[in-house]
Design a protein around this ligand. Structure first.
Ligand code: NDP
Length: 399
């Protein structure tokens, strides 16, 4: 009998969660949703439960659990276990009923459940880049120690993963002839906006990405190119290539999703239409291939593919992230924490778009030298940096 892959989906109600469900729906003969988690969108989780019948559901608190339970009460046979809060996430992420865990919670909240999945030796499909940015060294050590498998879902890192040999070892990039990682970036919605207009952009403008349809936080990060900065750090940890050998390339068409440049002159790229269902399907089926529902790329329809260097004056957050990567884990955790708080303040119209950089810079300057060797220390540092970020937000509002 063919055994279906059992999947736990952390962040089922988000953008990556929705695309993951699309792929599971298309491949229901070979995979099944074992557990799904939400935070605020209880009704959306109920709709997911009504369609996929996962055994475990997780929501933020008891009130949401009661609401979810009442919504599903009409089923005679389907009686899922409903868990709550961080404990519920941890229990679900490490549950032995699933072999594969999609990590698609947004922000630092994804760190602990992702680590729980790693410690349980799961095959972890990583969309939540923030967890790697916050705890890279501890995270990658845990992957080895607990025998977990890590497959990147972020389109760029998935493209790099596909462009490297299957036996690639991040501890020895030189042995595999890797010269550079070429991390592509669309440049976001403000790539050509006159510089003097950037200071007054609105959250709606920042969230209107030209090529990708994503959650609000990552959309703002794409507009500021902090997203590419976080991805720079993510690439450093995933592939073990020195920061000097990771190059960001602006490629506005988002057809090439990233490349690896080798010492023999070869450049290996992964291409496709810009749709997260492709890397999600690749990660879910690896090393096989399954249909994702994404249209075939038609090369004859394609306009010119262009490549330019990023301008740090337009994207100062990208520069900040490359510096944080060189400084180490305390700096990258500080930057991530400050950025989450600053993006939230921008989305709530408390600060202006360029203030995101001002907040990030202030916090990074204050807390880049702490020694972090456990997840508890990372979480304490993260909390401290968020408090500093709130202070910096109050300051920039008054500047
Ligand atoms: P969304 O904002 O669309 O979704 C986030 C998910 O996380 C939702 O399910 C949300 O629940 C849940 N969530 C939010 N806060 C918490 C919390 N404190 N505790 C538990 N769950 C929480 O984000 P995206 O899907 O866009 O992004 C998810 C991750 O994937 C991010 O790390 C992002 O950087 C990464 N990524 C996203 C890409 C994309 O195209 N969207 C591309 C590559 C990477 P609810 O909605 O119920 O509140």
């Amino acid at each position: 009998m063919h055994i279906k892959k059992q999947i736990t989906l952390l962040g089922a109600t988000g953008s990556i969660g929705t695309s993951t469900l699309d792929v599971i729906r298309k491949n229901a003969h070979s995979m099944r949703l074992f557990a799904a988690t939400a935070f605020t969108q209880v009704d959306k989780l109920a709709a997911i439960a009504n369609e996929f019948f996962p055994e475990y559901l997780v929501v933020a608190d008891e009130r949401s659990a009661d609401k979810l339970s009442a919504t599903l009460a009409h089923h005679d046979k389907y009686k899922p276990t409903i868990l709550t809060g961080p404990e519920g996430l941890s229990k679900t992420a490490s549950h032995n009923g699933a072999d594969t865990v999609m990590s698609a919670i947004v922000g630092g909240a994804g760190l602990v459940p992702t680590m729980d999945a790693i410690k349980a030796g799961k095959c972890v499909l990583l969309a939540n880049k923030e967890s790697l940015v916050m705890s890279g060294e501890i995270f990658m050590r845990a992957v080895e120690e607990y025998g977990a498998t890590l497959i990147p879902v972020d389109s760029e890192h998935n493209a790099i993963f596909q462009s490297l040999p299957a036996e690639y070892d991040r501890r020895r990039p030189d042995e595999f002839g890797v010269r550079h990682i070429l991390l592509t970036a669309s440049g976001g919605p403000f790539r050509t906006l006159p510089m003097e207009q950037i200071s007054s952009v609105t959250p709606a403008q920042a969230c209107a990405h030209p090529n990708w349809d994503m959650g609000r936080k990552i959309s703002v990060d794409s507009a500021s190119m902090m997203n590419k900065g976080l991805e720079f750090i993510e690439a450093f940890w995933l592939f073990g290539v020195a920061p000097e050998n990771i190059k960001v390339v602006i490629h506005p068409q988002s057809i090439i999703h990233s490349m690896v440049q080798y010492v023999d002159g070869s450049v290996v790229a992964q291409m496709g239409n810009p749709d997260m269902k492709t890397p999600i399907a690749h990660a879910l089926a690896y090393p096989s291939r399954i249909t994702s529902g994404v249209n075939d790329l038609n090369l004859f329809d394609m306009q010119d593919l262009t490549f330019t260097r990023p301008c740090y004056e337009r994207y100062p957050n990208l520069y900040l992230a490359t510096q944080a990567c060189k400084l180490g884990q305390a700096a990258t955790t500080a930057l991530n924490a400050a950025n989450e708080e600053a993006v939230d303040a921008f989305l709530n119209e408390q600060i202006q778009f360029l203030d995101i950089y001002n907040v990030n810079k202030r916090v990074m300057e204050q807390c880049s030298s702490t020694e972090l060797s456990t997840i508890d220390q990372v979480l304490a540092h993260d909390k401290n940096c968020r408090e500093l970020a709130q202070g910096a937000i109050a300051q920039v509002k008054n500047d």
